[in-house]
Design a protein around this ligand. Structure first.
Ligand SMILES: Cc1cc2nc3c(=O)[nH]c(=O)nc-3n(C[C@H](O)[C@H](O)[C@H](O)COP(=O)(O)O)c2cc1C
Length: 380
């Protein structure tokens, strides 16, 4: 991949000005386009917002010690995961209820991800069903994120089976959501996208879910989604059971403690996503970038480790990769791109992530991402 910012700087400047540039500018545009309840839901953290703030600040405390006089005229950003090559280390984080940002919701995001060749992780609480999304981008790489249902484990297995049938390539089980976090903004505004039915796509298209309902009116559907989405008694045994029921790689999202990472390896989990859910779950927890080094040390390269929470620009991704992440999930930035300008907005956000990452790798003296563990990082 040649360094693309030359084009950006020389040819295309006027067109670029039609779009926001920084995360803060995209967020501002999203705030203008979204309804206040939806924007509050998407943008705030749990509790007093300590972790949400810490996520972003923590990246600034890690500094790169670059190398010079390497030939960086081309940069190879490709990564290999679970036997498949990807052009970049980026993934789109599972974000539910995307209709809050844009009417076409996950379908628009999926199309943008396909254009940019970035895999998409589809949430359990998507507005559209996983099948509709797969139909919109049949050949694009996609993973499915599962909120395990403890009350109806069969529902979870059914969703996993549907994902496998529809061409999804991995299952991500989110485990930091045993119940919803203490989200004061939503309490204040009385806003719940699930209560409004915005996250029902995967439920109402599931035969096990529909069969379990006393009747099929909206009220029963919503009540049952609330019942199924929380999983306070989820344990490693359930993870092992999901592993048994699918031939797809299974990743766990929401690990912050190195001991949990070790247990994941013991249970045969195929990958880990270090994440604190963007500060939306337990407030006061460690920034995910700060949790990463110890987890990398504990896992000893046995399974790939990905990271999200607070990744706002290409240089953040470079830091995460240098600290041992095999891939990086982009969350709120793409959601704001979707709210600002639909599919094109998501494409622009992703394009800039890719471009800034390329430039940053080159300026760090890293022509090949496979060598990134050699990049020296210090705490400042
Ligand atoms: C509005 C919103 C909805 C989300 N929905 C889900 C979800 O359905 N499943 C999930 O595993 N994570 C969900 N997440 C968490 C993201 O996958 C990711 O961990 C988080 O956005 C990372 O933080 P950042 O966006 O601040 O970088 C959601 C995040 C946001 C902002």
């Amino acid at each position: 991949m040649t360094i693309v910012n030359r084009d950006l700087l020389m040819k295309n400047m006027s067109k670029e000005q039609d779009f926001p540039l920084t995360f803060e500018e995209w967020e501002q545009q999203a705030a203008e386009n979204m309804l206040p309840g939806g924007f509050g839901y998407a943008s705030t953290g749990a509790g007093r917002g300590e972790t949400e703030k810490r996520n972003a600040e923590a990246f600034s405390k890690w500094a790169i010690v670059p190398r010079i006089l390497q030939d960086v005229s081309t940069v190879d950003m490709s990564v290999k995961l679970f036997g498949r090559s990807y052009k970049t280390p980026f993934f789109l984080a599972p974000i539910g209820v995307q209709v809050l940002a844009y009417e076409e919701a996950e379908r628009a995001t999926a199309k943008a991800a396909a254009v940019m060749e970035i895999p998409l992780i589809v949430s359990t609480v998507s507005t559209c069903s996983l099948e509709e999304i797969a139909e919109a981008v049949p050949s694009a790489p996609k993973w499915f994120q599962l909120y395990f249902s403890s009350v109806h484990p069969e529902l979870s297995y059914s969703m996993v089976e549907r994902a496998e049938k529809s061409g999804y390539e991995a299952i991500v089980i989110t485990v930091d959501t045993v119940m919803a976090g203490w989200r004061e903004q939503d309490i204040r505004s009385g806003f719940s996208p699930l209560a409004l039915g915005y996250g029902k796509g995967n439920y109402v298209n599931d035969p096990v879910f529909m069969k379990s309902l006393p009747n099929h009116d909206q009220e029963s559907v919503i009540a049952s989604i609330f019942e199924n989405i929380q999983h306070p008694n989820l344990t490693w045994k359930d993870i092992a059971e999901v592993k048994k029921r699918t031939s797809l790689p299974v990743l766990i999202k929401g690990i912050l403690h190195p001991e949990d990472a070790k247990i994941a390896v013991e249970y045969g989990v195929d990958g880990i996503i270090v994440s604190n859910h963007g500060g939306r779950q337990l407030d006061g927890v460690i920034a995910s970038i700060d949790a990463l080094p110890e987890i990398v040390e504990a896992v000893k390269g046995q399974i790939p480790i990905l990271l999200d929470s607070g990744v706002r620009r290409g240089i953040d991704a470079v830091k995460a990769l240098a600290l041992g992440a095999a891939g990086v999930l982009i969350g709120r930035p793409f959601l704001y791109g979707l709210a600002a300008a639909g599919q094109k907005g998501v494409e622009k956000v992703l394009e800039r992530f890719i471009q800034e990452t390329e430039v940053s790798l080159a300026l760090s003296g890293m022509a090949d991402l496979k060598q990134i563990s050699k990049l020296k990082m210090v705490r400042q």
